[in-house]
Design a protein around this ligand. Structure first.
Ligand code: GCO
Ligand code: MN
Ligand code: MN
Length: 389
């Protein structure tokens, strides 16, 4: 392995406890790997070179743990963090596994479930902050329906808004320096999950009492499952200053929720994503929300985790190569050429500008005759990725 692709803390590569700790259970089969304790997972992540570890409340502390058990787990976990130097940049709440959440959490029809979800989240926020988290993720896995007969989507939206407003105020009241990151997913485990895309989340955030505290946590697999262009959603989030976190993995369109190793399916999309994050200077966590194939043993899970980080770093190098490639750059310059003749029409509206633009005689036929060398450009990208440039 070439050293330049070894992860460093500055890369901010993080994994959830549930990712490398995934035991390979799926809807059709039982666990295939023995479970590791949270502390064991931290040592495992330290060994593969990760920077941080994230968790759901119940990845760390089982939902029915006694106070003594909780204290012991926390003690072991903190020791593992200290021994490895790993940090906890993000925490989240499990609001999907327990049967109590079978009809959702913040959007459930039963007000007792909604209140319990708030209580559970406040406790989980306390736990996350105690361990150093500065980003708090909300993934509403059960916040949806199988039938719209069961729930009015307007009510669901109001309930979700009320819950987030309550929790923002709780964070402020506690003096927590927490930012919230909302993670959209179109479906699975519910038939349809509310606020199904990152774009929907961005619109929703503006309706909150403290929109400045709330951003998004887009995930490659989630927009891809819906057949959408993930990069475009990330770009919109970045443009609004809302890219607070990102979940990296991979996914084939039209398949089950795969959570594959970053870059495992669509290297070209992964390349443009990494290039975007690096070009704009995204400096948050690069969080891998993925898990190894069910066929893997723990040696292979290490290969999975190292592979996620290594592919990111290779693609980062490819992005720098793209930016330095004279043929690519001169093609881009040609594509983006601007002779300045339209300068008088650029910028904000003014009555004079509108009048001048309406009076201008365009040569529409000439506009339509101009071709663009996008085939050449794309082939250069392909060759760069294939390592022949
Ligand atoms: C999924 C989601 C989850 C969330 C996690 C953190 O598809 O199951 O991506 O993995 O990211 O619950 O909120
Ligand atoms: Mn996911
Ligand atoms: Mn995720």
């Amino acid at each position: 392995m070439s050293d330049r692709f070894l992860p460093r803390p500055a890369d901010k590569f993080t994994f959830g406890l549930w990712t490398v700790g995934n035991v390979g259970r799926d809807p059709f089969g039982a666990a295939v790997r023995p479970s590791m304790t949270p502390a064991e997972i931290v040592y495992f992540l330290g060994e593969v070179g990760a920077y941080g570890v994230n968790f759901h409340d119940n990845d760390l502390i089982p939902i029915d743990a006694t106070a003594a058990k909780k204290a012991q787990i926390l003690n072991d976990f903190k020791k593992a963090l200290a021994d490895t130097g790993l940090v906890v940049p993000m925490a989240t709440t499990n609001l999907f596994y327990d049967p109590a959440f079978r009809d959702g959490a913040f959007t459930a029809n039963d007000p007792k479930v909604r209140a319990y979800a708030l209580q559970k989240t406040m406790n989980a926020m306390d736990l996350g902050v105690e361990l150093g988290a500065s980003t708090y993720v909300f993934w509403g896995g059960r916040e949806g329906v199988e039938t719209d007969a069961s729930k009015n989507p307007l009510d669901a939206g109001k309930r979700f808004r009320e819950a987030l407003n309550f929790l923002c105020d709780y964070a402020i009241d506690q003096g927590y320096q927490l930012k919230f990151a909302l993670e959209a997913k179109p479906n699975e485990p519910r038939g349809d999950i509310y606020l199904a895309t990152t774009g929907a989340m961005l619109g929703f955030i503006e309706t909150l009492d403290h929109p400045e505290m709330v951003g998004v946590n887009p995930e490659v697999a989630h927009e891809t499952m819906a057949g959408l262009n993930f990069l475009h959603h990330v770009a919109q989030a970045w443009d609004r200053g809302k890219l607070f976190h990102i979940d990296l993995n991979d996914q084939s369109i039209g398949r089950y929720d795969q959570d594959f190793r970053f870059g495992a399916v669509n290297l070209k999309s992964a390349f443009f994503l990494v290039k975007f994050l690096e070009d704009v200077g995204y400096d948050g966590s690069r969080h891998f929300d993925a898990h190894a194939y069910r066929t893997s043993d723990y040696e292979d899970v290490k290969a999975f985790a190292r592979g996620c980080m290594r592919t990111y770093l290779i693609l980062k190098e490819k992005a720098a190569q793209f930016n330095a490639d004279s043929e690519i750059q001169s093609l881009l310059a040609e594509i983006l050429a601007d002779d300045g003749s339209m300068d008088e029409f650029k910028g904000h509206y003014s009555p004079a500008r509108a009048t001048a633009l309406k009076a201008y005689a365009f040569d529409r036929a000439a506009l339509g005759q101009r071709g663009q060398p996008y085939e050449r450009l794309d082939q250069l990208v392909v060759e760069l990725l294939l390592g022949v440039r």
